[in-house]
Each structure stands twice: as C-alpha cells, then as structure tokens.
Design a protein around this ligand. Structure first.
Ligand code: KG4
Ligand code: ZN
Length: 342
C-alpha cells in the first residue's frame, strides 16, 4: 500500500524504557491489539530502571510480545502496510532492540518503516479515543518528561515549556522512595493519597518568574524531605514506619504536583488561545490530575482529553497510531532509520 493511503494497518513496537510493547492499529486510531510486558518487578529492587537489565529483558520479551500482538489482532505480517517503532528518546540499549526488530520485519516484508518520537506519541494518544479540535495544547507528563506543546494538528508538536529540573513522574518516584512505597511511585502514592488529607501539609508550588509557562519539582521534593526530617536538614530521613502522617504527606504532595500541572497547562491554553487540551504520559493515569484538569478546563469552556489509562503509560498502540497518521501524511519511511537517546 502506498504512502498516503487511507486506513493503513500498522504494527507498532515500543521499547524505549522498561516496557516491551507491540500493537496493531488501523488508520491511526482503531486499536486491534495492544500488548505490554512490564519489567517493573525486575527493576523494583533497585528503586529505578537499570539500563543493562532493561536492554536484556527487551531482547527476551520482544518476539513473544510481537507474536501475541499479531495473534490478538488476528493478522499476519503479510497483512501489514507499515511498521512503526519508537526511535527516540529513551535508553539507547533498549531503543536498539525495538528498532532492530522493526527493521528486520520491514526489510523481510518490504514494508515502509516509520520512526516515531516517544513524547509525540504520548501527546497523540488522546486523539485516538476522542474527537479533538485543533490547535490544541498538550501536556506530556511521564517519568522522564514534563513539557507543554502547541499542536496545530495531531502529528505536529511545537514545544512551549518544559521542566527546569525533575519530571513530575520522577518526583512521584522519588517521594515514593522517601515514604517507603517503592517503585514505580505514582500508583503507590495515588493509592495512599486517597486515605490522606490533601490540605494537611502546605508544600510549595512552583510559579515561573516571567509570564511564560514552566515547571519545576525539585523544590517540592526537597520540601517533602525536610518535612519528613522535621525541618532539620542534617537529620537522617526517618524509616517509613516512623512516618506517622504518610497518607497526609502523599495526598499533600500529590495535590501540589497537580496544582502546578493544571495551572501551567491552563496558562498555556490561555496564551495560545486554544480550547482543546490533551494530556498524556504515565502521570496522566493519576485520577486526581484527571479530575482537576477536566474541571479547570470546563470552567473556561475548554475540553481536556485524556487517553484511557492503558494508553497513558508506555504502550505501542500510541506508536502504531502516530506511525499510521505520519504514514498517511506521507512522512519519509525507510531502513536508514537510526535510534537516538535524545
Ligand atoms: O509514560 P511512562 O509510563 O514512562 C515514561 O515514558 O517515563 O510514565 C511512567 C511514570 C512513572 O514515573 C510513574 O510513577 C508515573 O508515570 N505514574 C503515575 C501514575 N501512574 C504512573 N504518577 C502519578 N499517578 C499515577 N497514577
Ligand atoms: Zn513514556
């Protein structure tokens, strides 16, 4: 099938971090299958992703995950119109596994190969399940990225702002460690926060000095640490069982992150004059963020669109989706594709 055709059947492969994923998507939107094999358990003991382990695990999992995605979609390689793969950014040893697999399939079957930017795919994800009007402002919040984009259309991202230090997901993961909740931290904090009082501790909220939107979470992280140490910066961090207000800290921390994400996203939408807000990335699973963003958007007559949780976290449906949309738009696709960590 030629580039620019309607409804191409696209295989997507994702291996940028610690999830091995494959999916089959028709026409950039219709998800026929989406298989994700998480490595979270392998990395949990280390409190974060170990690149060496991730690369080896992708190598073990890639073909079984691919086979499962094709079987669940009830298609064979011969039915595909194109292959899409995350080419950047990510852990280079992890990316190379997915890119090599995608290249092999494309070469063997003579198929076009579309390289997809992981962050752009997170921003695209919400458009697969919602009718979105453009231009839109997109917030991508994950473990490695927190940034705002202007999207003139579903396949184009122009960066408006990004975090000065930590990503929001990274802050969730770090605070989770401090509270003895383990990795990944986001879901664990969200669960505990549901039992806590979000007004219990008044943690700081970052506000950019100039009028431009922006994010920072390192000050908030330090404030949580100081709170746990009883304002004595030199004191050791107490063991989790000695923290009496863990649920309150979790709820107050989460509220501070959500406040910053919502305020900066709405400020960007205001500046750009857009009515449509898209949110993607693992942190977009957060129920409090979804609730607050939706309410804040509605209050100004805008609509905030979120992917289903399974398409917020790393997955290959968003890769096959954006890959299909790029292919339809006639983007170049050949075997010269290279992987890049940045
Ligand atoms: O997009 P993603 O799966 O991987 C990256 O590209 O980074 O995002 C993973 C991040 C982790 O930091 C994890 O703690 C966070 O998303 N996360 C959450 C929630 N679920 C996952 N953060 C807050 N609340 C959640 N419910
Ligand atoms: Zn991601």
């Amino acid at each position: 099938m030629a580039s620019g055709c309607t409804d191409p059947l696209v295989l997507g492969i994702e291996s940028s971090c610690d999830d091995t994923a494959a999916a089959v998507v028709r026409g950039g939107r219709e998800v026929l299958s989406s298989v994700v094999r998480s490595q979270a358990e392998e990395h949990a003991v280390f409190g974060g992703v170990v690149p060496e382990i991730a690369g080896r695990s992708h190598l073990r999992n890639a073909v079984p995950v691919l086979d499962q995605a094709l079987a669940e979609a009830e298609v064979g390689l011969e039915d595909l119109d194109a292959v899409a793969v995350t080419a950047r950014p990510g852990l280079i040893g992890s990316l190379l596994v997915g890119v090599s697999l995608a290249k092999s399939i494309a070469w063997a079957r003579g198929l076009p190969l579309v390289g997809v930017h992981h962050i752009e795919a997170h921003a695209y994800a919400a458009t697969m399940e919602h009718e979105v009007s453009f231009p839109a402002v997109a917030l991508v919040v994950s473990g490695g990225h927190t940034a705002l984009y202007r999207m003139p259309d579903a396949t184009t991202l122009e960066k408006l702002a990004e975090t000065r230090d930590d990503a929001a997901g990274e802050a969730f993961d770090n605070v989770s460690q401090m509270l003895g909740l383990g990795y990944p931290g986001g879901p664990a904090i969200a669960l505990l926060a549901a039992e806590g009082d979000r007004a219990a501790v008044r943690f700081p909220r970052y506000r950019p000095k100039d009028e431009k939107p922006g994010f920072s979470f390192s000050g908030l992280k330090t404030a949580v640490l100081y709170h746990l140490r009883g304002q004595d910066a030199l004191a050791p961090t107490p063991p989790p069982e000695a923290i009496l207000d863990r649920a309150d800290v979790a709820a107050s921390f989460q509220e501070a992150v959500v406040d910053v994400l919502v305020a900066q996203t709405l400020a960007a939408a205001e500046r750009e004059g857009t009515e449509s807000i898209l949110v993607g990335g693992g942190v977009a699973c957060n129920a409090r963020l979804r609730e607050r963003m939706a309410a804040a958007a509605a209050a100004r007559g805008s609509v905030a669109s979120f992917p289903s949780p399974r398409f917020c976290a790393d997955n290959a449906a968003m890769i096959a989706g954006l890959g299909g949309a790029l292919f339809q738009a006639g983007c170049p696709s050949d075997l010269t594709l290279d992987a890049s960590a940045r």
